[in-house]
Structures are given as C-alpha cells and as structure tokens.
Design a protein around this ligand. Structure first.
Ligand code: ADP
Ligand code: ZN
Length: 215
C-alpha cells in the first residue's frame, strides 16, 4: 500500500506514520526527518536545508523531489511506503506522480490528518522530539517514561527550533498557501480520505487502518 500523509504541521502525520511503520513494517519516509538527519551530520544537503527549515520555508522542490524519488527506488519500498510531509505543493505532487508512473506505480490513498487548526497549533508548541531518533513526544499527551529521555533509544528529548512560536506561524502560512491546494488535487483523483488528528493516537491509527484495510 502506497500512502501519503497530508496535513497541517503538528497534525500528527509523523506520529501516525511511525506507529504504522512499527506495526506493518512499511518504510516511513519523512522529508523533514531526512533533512534533520542531514543537518545533524552536517552534509551538503543539511547545510542547504538548514536555512529553509529554520525559517519555516520549503526546501527547494528539485532537491526535495530528487531525494524522495531516490528513496522510493530502494528495495524496501517495493511493497509499499508511507510518505510523511511530502508532497507539500503541486509541483512536488506532479513530480511524484510522474516518477511513480514511470515505474508502473501509483499512490493508493492520501490520508488527510484533519482538525481544528487553532487547536493543532496550540498542541504544536507542546511538541518535543528525540534528538537522536526523531521519536515524537508531547509535554501533556505523549510523555516518555523517564522525563527528558527517549523511550526508544535513550536519546535526549528536545524542542525543535522550528516549533518556536514565530516559525510555527510561518509554517502555517506556507501550509495554507502551498500545501492546502493538494486537498483538492487528490480529491480530484479520488484518493483523499480524512482522519481526526485531534483524536487519541490509537484511535487515529484505527481510523487509518479502517481506511487502508491494514490490520
Ligand atoms: P511539520 O510537518 O511538523 O512541519 P516536517 O518535519 O514535515 O514537520 O517539516 C519540517 C520542515 O522541513 C518544513 O518546515 C520544511 O522546511 C522542510 N520540509 C519538510 N518536507 C518538505 C518538503 N516536502 N518540501 C520542502 N520542504 C520540506
Ligand atoms: Zn530516540
């Protein structure tokens, strides 16, 4: 099953994708995680991506599309994948469609993680993340067993720089202008399904399982 997770920053795309990855072993491809990994390792891509990410802008499309297309060529994607945070605009969506169809593949479903945007933004400021492995946490709703320490890898739990108040607003603007049009784009292709991003994580995962038939 080839899945796209769509939704406003903080809606829970990453958290849901990680759950599905663990349960069903589908590769979880998060462009944000790929960029952050490269920033941490100070690669050329990381140096390029950093200025965009820190200010809430999109990393240029050609760079981003190439990364995803390369990643999708890997063996582990042959029986399906979860794209989280990609595509983020029409150009990326067209690029993806083209690359997939060149390999006789297609997207099976686009999951819109939906919900009241004001509530989601509020939740964003409580978001924390493992510095080392990227596992998401929340100061109220998704706490680690030991304060400040990642359950999965023992890494340090931090707040992302772009989860600061000013950058959040910039990211929401980018979402509204560039990403939101993808809702209609995928509606036209009859691929769009919505889940409630404000529900409890296990309930959202159930909703995705109902939609996709994953069990
Ligand atoms: P969120 O969905 O919470 O905003 P992500 O980890 O998906 O978090 O994205 C963080 C940042 O990484 C974005 O604000 C953007 O700068 C960059 N980024 C992620 N995915 C893309 C993409 N598909 N195209 C361009 N930039 C991206
Ligand atoms: Zn960790």
């Amino acid at each position: 099953m080839n899945i796209i997770m769509l939704g406003v920053p903080g809606a829970g795309k990453g958290t849901i994708s990680k759950e599905l990855h663990e349960k069903y072993n589908l590769p979880h491809i998060s462009t944000g995680d790929i960029f952050r990994e490269n920033i941490k390792n100070n690669t050329e891509l990381g140096k390029l991506a950093k200025s965009y990410i820190d200010t809430g802008k999109l990393v240029p499309d050609d760079v981003t599309i190439n990364i995803v297309v390369d990643r999708l060529k890997r063996e582990d994607c042959k029986d399906g994948f979860i794209l989280d945070g990609f595509p983020r605009n029409i150009i990326q969506a067209d690029g993806l469609k083209k690359a997939l169809s060149a390999n006789n593949k297609k997207i099976d479903v686009v999951i819109l993680v939906d919900g009241d945007v004001d509530k989601i933004i509020k939740r964003l400021s409580g978001r924390r993340v493992c510095e080392k492995c990227g596992t998401p946490y929340h100061i109220e709703t998704l706490r680690p067993k030991v304060d400040g320490v990642c359950d999965t890898c023992g890494g340090k739990i931090i707040q992302r720089k772009d989860d600061s108040e000013e950058v959040i607003l910039d990211r929401i603007n980018v979402y509204n202008e560039q990403t939101k049009p993808l809702i209609d784009y995928y509606k036209k292709d009859n691929l769009l399904k919505s889940v409630d991003g404000l529900a409890k994580i296990e309930d959202v995962v159930k909703q995705v399982e109902d939609i996709t038939g994953l069990r």
